[in-house]
Design a protein around this ligand. Structure first.
Ligand code: EZ4
Ligand code: CO
Length: 402
């Protein structure tokens, strides 16, 4: 069998997605996601100009060798654009291999380690009352784990606050929206939010919170300590992690579990965090870190140190990534939780899939492959629309981390 054609499909059914379709000379095809929020066309160019011409005529069974070819063979290693392009190829190849075997992908990875995949949803509101109500609505929908984000009094456009729908999408304008940040107000507010949530909902529901890189290590340590009574499932991205060592300081001061890594793209970004036992959950996902082939190396390293997985699953990762992630989650022994933001109904229609949500869990389907397809004629009805992620500045104008 040979790879006979490769095509990149860009579609925007509510938001932009980049999808790779690899075809074989025997009629089988595989699908991979290559979406990089706000930088979609950079990955399209990387695939079209540098990756796809090298794939034609290759044996699609050689997943590992093609991975190594694209990683080592580029000379310029890593980075979000390269690693997403590699992920798209890798996932499409696993899809082909599993379809050829007539098995759901999790069977090829080593089989089922669990019956269902615990997920968390995103509840958010413009203020404290609205956020408490939003968490209640997620619990009513059956969620057992909920991420709570709230507008902060005195902060214009805090991270994670939607505009009245279930589908929060931060890439909201062609050019970056400017938001203003105030750390003191945030640090005063967040413990009050979780006081209210625990008082209202008790300890049964798992609660999570995403700082989205806004704090320094010592501020993060203070927040983690102040949230200890609220027993969070995790505190996410408390400080930027380019310097992995920064988490040592946070860790020394708090027992609140820490999660990080949705922006990481290789095992090298999390090696010290894992080996130093500085985190509890690693957030790298299939599309972010070079596909199933590389993510499983990260998970295996993490398992040695009792670090569990918590794959990124925001709506800017397409249903193809969600499908592949659910097969990964169904297999991976050190599974923690899976993020699950619902896609719009237009997105779900463009990407027919066999995974399903029930009572707080997602279930990978049993059709051969990763179980997600693309309806190309429907996709063509939603042309690409430029969209950027926002930026954040401190109130004096200093650029900050969004
Ligand atoms: O802001 O994926 O935990 N989830 C997140 C996401 C990110 C988006 C950026 O594209 O932090 O909502
Ligand atoms: Co996050």
């Amino acid at each position: 069998m040979k790879i006979s054609a490769a095509r990149v499909i860009v579609t925007s059914p509510g938001r932009n997605f980049v999808t790779l379709k690899l075809q074989t000379d025997e009629g089988l095809y595989g699908i991979g996601d290559a979406t990089l929020n706000g930088r979609e066309l950079a990955v399209v160019a990387y695939l079209n100009d540098h990756v796809l011409p090298c794939l034609i005529g290759r044996d699609p069974a050689r997943i590992e060798d093609i991975w190594q070819f694209l990683y080592r063979g580029a000379y310029w290693r890593r980075g979000p654009v390269t690693m997403r392009a590699i992920a798209a190829v890798d996932v499409a190849l696993w899809d082909i291999k599993a379809k050829l075997a007539g098995m759901p992908l999790y069977q090829l990875l080593g089989g089922r380690s669990r019956e269902r995949v615990l997920v968390y949803g995103h509840a958010n509101g413009e203020d404290l009352d609205a956020t408490v109500d939003a968490v209640g609505r997620y619990i009513d929908m059956g969620y057992r784990a909920v991420r709570a984000q709230s507008g902060v009094p005195g902060v214009t456009l805090a991270y994670g606050v939607g505009r009245g729908t279930l589908n929060y999408e931060p890439a909201d304008a062609a050019l970056p929206t400017e938001t203003a940040w105030n750390t003191s107000r945030y640090l005063d507010f967040v413990p009050r939010l979780f006081d209210r949530l625990r008082a209202r909902f008790g300890n049964e529901v798992e609660l999570l919170h995403d700082v989205h890189h806004r704090l320094t290590p010592m501020e993060a340590a203070r927040l983690g300590r102040s949230l200890e009574p609220h027993r969070l499932f995790w505190l996410e991205d408390a400080t930027p992690a380019e310097n992995q060592e920064a988490f040592r300081l946070i860790r020394a001061h708090t027992t609140t579990p820490l999660a990080v890594g949705e922006v990481f793209n290789s095992i090298w970004d999390c090696k010290d965090l894992i080996q130093g036992q500085l985190i509890d959950y690693i957030r790298t996902t299939v599309v972010g870190a070079g596909g199933i082939t590389h993510l499983r190396r990260i998970a295996d390293l993490a398992a040695l140190y009792q670090v569990r997985t918590g794959c990124h699953g925001a709506t800017d990762l397409s249903p193809v990534t969600m499908g592949a992630a659910l097969h990964f989650d169904t297999w991976v022994p050190n599974f923690g939780i899976q993020e699950y933001m619902r896609h719009t109904s237009e997105t779900d229609a463009v990407f027919p899939h066999d995974y399903r949500f029930e009572r707080g869990y997602l279930f990978a389907g049993d059709s051969p492959g990763h179980g997600v397809d693309i309806d190309e004629s429907l996709a063509a009805r939603f042309p690409y629309k430029p969209a950027s992620l926002p930026i954040a500045r401190l109130e004096d104008g200093t650029m900050w981390n969004w």
